[in-house]
Design a protein around this ligand. Structure first.
Ligand code: MRU
Length: 359
């Protein structure tokens, strides 16, 4: 996707052929800064500190982290896989990418590991970009159908499931980009997504850079707009989908699904194959939910009128804060899943029909 007319992916190999480049997403939308990763520890830090975030992207960056490690010390494979896996707990794409690297590398002689690890990381990145493009194609008819009936489409999305969260295109935003490019009159309600503001900072930045009409709203406003017929469809991404179709995604997603259910608004979830966790049946009791630091709730960062980036406290001194980063939306609240293979219901039979090899 493009920034200032230049096409980028959200992770790519540097011109030197071995180091890895990412955007520092903690600086967006105020500064578009790249970071060059030269050691696996820097890749781990980038994931943990959320310089990169979004389920598919952290998998791809972890895969490149393994490649950096294999270039430096191929005998460290097991320790590096374990350390990278511990950087964030909820998105299954991280473990999926590391399992791919493990399967590819563990039987190879040490001297062959670096080349194979880079090839696998590139494959994971290319696969994600193509997978997301197909998710866009498979989600587009939903928006076309609404546009044909109403003349325009109002989509609500939560968090950032755009190209910055994947390698390219995004999941939830891919159908929106395609609808916009096809000339449909699309407008997106962007939940700000407290506490880290991925909607206000990243989704709004992406949509603006692509010229898609959008309005940032406080997280609590979505239900109101649904009651007043101003949301035609909700599309969100996900960090893990269970065998039974339960959906883990950014904290607050569940409340949007409840409001959508109450108002008869279709609630769709876009995901690549790497986000499916067929080992888990019950999302609420089995998916580990990342608990992040209280400062993300008690403080906010923004740009002052004279251009300085500052962090301020927004909570009364002395109050405790809790910060679960994800929640689980039960399958019964999900209208359907948009995958690279097509759309299906959020249940075990439909998922096994779509992905028989994962049974
Ligand atoms: O904590 P984050 O920013 O990594 O959370 C990201 C999300 O919850 C996204 O909606 C999800 O990963 C889907 S990304 C295609």
């Amino acid at each position: 996707m493009k920034i200032d007319g230049i096409s980028y992916r959200s992770v790519w190999l540097d011109a030197d052929g071995w180091s890895v480049r990412i955007f520092d997403q903690t600086k967006l939308p105020w500064l578009v800064e790249q970071i060059r990763l030269t050691r696996w520890e820097e890749a781990a830090h980038a994931i943990r500190s959320m310089q990169v975030r979004g389920a598919p992207l952290i998998g791809a960056v972890a895969a490149y982290g393994v490649a950096l490690a294999m270039r430096a010390a191929p005998e460290t494979l097991d320790a590096v896989l374990e350390a990278l896996n511990e950087t964030r707990p909820t998105a299954i794409n991280l473990r999926w990418a590391l399992d791919r690297q493990r399967a590819r590398l563990h039987n190879l002689p040490l001297e062959a590991r670096a080349e194979a690890a880079y090839a696998e990381a590139q494959h994971i990145a290319d696969d994600d970009a193509e997978t997301c493009r197909r998710i866009g194609e498979n989600g587009l008819p939903l928006l076309q159908e609404i546009a044909a009936r109403k003349g325009r489409v109002n989509v609500l999305t939560h968090c950032n499931a755009g190209w910055l969260a994947t390698v390219d295109w995004g999941t939830a935003l891919a159908p929106i980009y395609m609808a916009h490019d096809a000339g449909l009159d699309v407008h997106v309600w962007v939940d700000e997504t407290r506490p880290r503001n991925q909607g206000a900072a990243l989704t709004a930045f992406e949509l603006g850079a692509h010229g898609v009409k959008h309005t940032v709203i406080a997280d609590n406003a979505g239900g109101h707009y649904m009651q007043h017929g101003q949301v035609d469809i909700v599309i969100v991404g996900t960090d893990r989908v269970t065998r039974t179709g339960d959906v883990a995604n950014k904290i607050g997603t569940y409340l949007k699904a409840l409001a959508a259910h109450d108002n008869g608004v279709p609630f769709w979830v876009a995901l690549p194959h790497s986000t499916l966790d067929m080992r888990v049946r019950d999302g609420v009791s089995e998916i580990p939910i990342e608990e992040r630091g209280p400062a993300e709730v008690t403080e906010m960062t923004g740009r002052t009128a004279d251009g300085r980036i500052e962090t301020v406290r927004v909570v009364a001194a002395g109050s405790a804060a809790a910060n679960p980063a994800f929640d689980v939306t039960p399958a019964r609240l999900v209208t359907g899943l948009i995958t690279e293979r097509g759309r299906c219901a959020a249940n075990e039979a439909a998922l096994l029909g779509m992905y028989p090899e994962k049974g």
